[in-house]
Design a protein around this ligand. Structure first.
Ligand code: MCN
Length: 765
């Protein structure tokens, strides 16, 4: 196989259409007679619906229906995500609550009207008498009341011995505020009931999981629920979840027998969609006098909110942090306790880097503190602790099997990229002038490409874990790929086409990736946990191989040669050494659809398609070394990122341009987490950051120019040696930036233990 596209900087095939405004997003979908849904949401963090009066709203012209929770409870089941393995308290999230709202913004009733504007006006007319109940608004209050949703413990090695023999012990508590995934396109759903079946258009990252969940919630066979995924304006993990609003919209379409649509408003997105992080980790690290890490103890507690998100559960954030905390370092002894507590807030869910962002932030801050105590440069303490390449495969002290990596090399490459010694010298002279320059280094490893074994080991039963691809070659040799893992912007239409085109010897333009539609696409899990690349190699790549073998057999028969000697290239097939006798692939494809007299060779059946299911034997661990340089303004505490460099390793790279684009986007989100983004609730559980004026997202001028280099340590586990990387930037950036800011202000006695680092916190300390 000639690799014409795989590994090349191929421009994204989806972009011309999207850039010209040709994208078709959920809100662009117009169905005849469609009605609009607006949700009536609780203004209280914890309150019972004592009485609900809908007389006034029903009188409003254009209002078609008003439903309260009890009406939908008769026709739906709640979302009850499962987690096996003990320590888990389930929650049930009903379509419009069970009559008690458990966070400010929870939907308790819905209005259906002829336009979104009427629905929004009508929502205001629904009169509710609330019985306000006591609120548990903080992690501490939830801990004090023992409101535990999830709890797991782990110990490996002689932790007590490690601490007893340590010359250096550092104890610290780190916190990460709540943040909101904030895709440009918020949530939504368009639902249509034809009297027998439901068609649901949703920007879902996980259509197969959504179909299973909604079929169960509506008590329908899965064959009567179809999920269609249009273009998606970002998901970032948020849209892998299934929400009570999804159940409500689907149930309303069935109830009314007319199409209904709900397009979430930004305020609703900030108030009622799943949120992320909200974690406190108390940790102790034991090290020898030379900075060698001997042991680690951690108590990871996340403020999960009121419900487990479906299907991820409240285990996702604390367990993710606890498992990844040892990072790419030899950490012989480790014990952790991972806890999620229930507060009256929206649930925590998946968000790019989930759990791992906090893990990297904590470990990287700790290593800098160890370096300080051991009087070492931060780069040196890492050199002394990174797992050497030859030690892979390496089982971490949290039980993760790291398949491959070369972090010592990545570190040296990153230091060379920024000319680290010169940077430190420049920092010293700037310091002499009173300027606060800091340099932060962060190394992280990241689990990607998980398969069913990982989800089962974690006890997660609502995430199947496998993926699949169907490839159909039309008689004109156009190749159509249909996969179980839709793209939210990652560029799958390009990278899948690269992989498939190479295997079939076709021009890229001949390969089309079709939108996800559960009536046509194979069943799988979805795009999350940086599984897409692994999935596409294992399913679409393998399906293309099956088809290539069939094409070779057909061509060999036609050319009277052996299939092993057939070359597929440039849309043609020929016998090795005889390119003059090439036949176009379209001619071969036509044979598959119009068998000649005597039938197809080797008893082949007609048609030219293949479906391959793939259960990744992972995870496979990718990672990077990030270096951030910041300048802190002495007067205002404002942090400016003046340089940002990184060396990333995601195994074999399919498309370096896309990988770099993914890094740009993910680091931008990491910058938001490090410096800007914080969802704030007051002590009554009231949301104080309900608009994007209050919740600060990073803007173009907050992002620096990125200096990126690649290092490839192919995965020995995954087809083609690929690893995922889509979340990496969000994992590395907060840690590197936090270390850089700490480095800039440490001599002033300022400690960096909380994200985001806002200027006022720097000024006040
Ligand atoms: N890639 C590659 N070679 C590799 C690894 C990746 O060329 N060795 C390419 C892939 O082909 C793919 C992209 O990089 O086009 C990301 O691949 P991967 O890391 O496998 O991640 P997924 O495709 O599974 O995407 C999910 C990941 C996650 S978990 C979140 S959250 C996320 C993200 O990627 N959300 C995104 N990137 C996003 N990008 C956009 N624009 N929007 C989102 O919502």
């Amino acid at each position: 196989m000639t690799l014409r596209y795989t590994g090349a900087r191929v421009k994204r095939v989806e972009d011309p259409r999207l850039l010209r405004g040709g994208g078709r997003y959920l809100a662009d979908l117009e169905l005849p007679r469609a009605l609009s849904v607006a949700f009536v949401r609780s203004p209280h963090a914890h309150a019972r619906v004592a009485r609900i009066d809908t007389v006034a709203v029903r009188a409003l012209a254009g209002v078609v229906d008003v439903v309260a929770g009890d009406e939908l409870r008769m026709v739906t089941k709640p979302l009850v995500p499962r987690l096996e393995g003990g320590g888990f308290t389930p929650t049930a999230a009903w379509a419009l609550s069970d009559g008690v709202a458990r966070f400010c913004g929870e939907a308790v009733a819905a209005v259906v009207a002829t336009s979104p504007y009427v629905a929004a006006d009508a929502r205001e007319l629904v009169a509710i008498d609330w019985e306000v109940l006591p609120v548990v608004a903080t992690l501490d209050a939830a801990l004090a009341q023992h409101r535990i949703l999830f709890e797991r413990r782990h110990r490996h090695g002689d932790v007590a011995g490690a601490f007893a023999s340590a010359a250096i012990v550092v104890a610290e508590t780190f916190e990460h505020g709540r943040c909101a995934p904030s895709p440009l396109e918020p949530r939504g759903m368009v639902a249509d009931w034809d009297g027998e079946s439901l068609t649901l258009w949703s920007a879902s990252q996980a259509p197969s999981i959504m179909r299973t969940a909604l079929a169960a919630a509506l008590d329908l066979p899965e064959s009567r629920v179809r999920i269609v995924t249009p273009d998606v304006g970002g998901g970032f993990g948020l849209k892998m979840q299934i929400f009570p609003e999804d159940v409500a919209v689907a149930a309303l379409a069935r109830r009314l027998g007319r199409p209904v649509r709900w397009i979430e408003e930004r305020r609703e997105n900030l108030a009622a969609a799943s949120q992320a992080r909200a974690q406190r980790t108390s940790v102790e690290i034991a090290a020898a006098a030379d900075g060698t890490v001997l042991g680690l103890r951690a108590r990871v507690v996340s403020d999960n909110g009121a419900y487990h998100a479906y299907p991820t559960t409240g285990a996702l954030e604390p367990l993710g942090t606890a498992n990844i905390l040892p990072g790419p370092y030899r950490t012989p002894a480790y014990e952790y306790e991972a806890v999620a507590v229930a507060t009256h807030k929206p649930p925590l869910g998946a968000y790019r880097g989930v759990g791992m962002t906090m893990g990297a932030f904590v470990m990287e801050r700790l290593l800098d503190l160890v370096a300080e105590r051991a009087a070492l440069d931060p780069a040196e303490v890492r050199r002394r602790n990174l797992i050497p390449r030859e030690a892979y495969p390496f089982t971490s002290s949290s039980g993760q099997m790291y398949d491959s990596g070369d972090y010592p090399k990545a570190l040296e490459q990153a230091l060379a990229l920024v000319d680290y010694d010169a940077l430190r010298a420049a920092q010293r002279s700037a310091r002499a002038e009173g300027r606060l320059i800091g340099v932060g280094v962060a190394c992280y490893t990241e689990y990607t490409g998980m398969g069913s074994a990982v989800f089962r080991r974690r006890g997660m039963h609502d995430v199947p874990g496998f993926e699949a691809a169907t490839i159909r070659v039309d008689p004109d040799a156009t190749v159509r790929c249909s996969v179980s893992f839709p793209s939210q912007g990652q560029g799958h239409a390009t990278t899948i086409a690269q992989v498939v085109a190479d295997r079939l010897g076709l021009d890229l333009e001949r390969v089309r990736v079709e939108p996800a539609d559960t009536s046509r696409s194979p069943r799988g899990s979805g795009t999350f946990g940086s599984r897409g690349t692994v999935a596409m190699l294992g399913s679409a790549g393998a399906a293309a191989d099956v088809i290539a073998t069939r094409i070779r057999t057909l061509a060999a028969h036609r050319l009277e040669a052996s299939a092993a000697d057939i070359v597929l290239e440039g849309g043609r097939a020929w016998v090795r050494g005889l390119p003059d006798r090439a036949i176009p692939l379209a001619e071969i494809a036509r044979i598959a659809y119009a068998p000649p007299l005597g039938g197809l060779p080797d008893g082949q059946a007609p048609g030219l398609d293949a479906t391959v299911y793939f259960d990744p034997p992972g995870p496979t661990f990718s990672g990077a070394v990030h270096v951030a340089v910041v300048e802190v303004d002495r007067e205002t505490g404002r942090v400016a990122i003046t340089r940002y460099a990184l060396v990333e390793d995601c195994g074999t790279v399919i498309n370096p341009m896309i990988v770099e684009g993914q890094i740009h986007g993910a680091v931008a989100q990491g910058i938001g987490e490090a410096l800007l983004e914080r969802i704030v609730y007051d002590d009554d559980g009231q949301l104080l950051t309900g608009t994007l004026m209050d919740y600060a997202l990073p803007r173009a001028h907050d992002t620096p120019r990125f200096e990126i280099e690649h290092l490839e340590t192919p995965s020995p586990l995954m087809p083609g040696g690929v690893k995922g990387m889509g979340e990496g930037g969000t994992i590395g950036a907060p840690a590197a930036i936090a270390n850089a800011v700490a480095d800039a202000v440490r001599h002033l006695g300022v400690r960096i233990t909380k994200l985001p680092i806002d200027p006022t916190s720097l000024m006040r300390t």
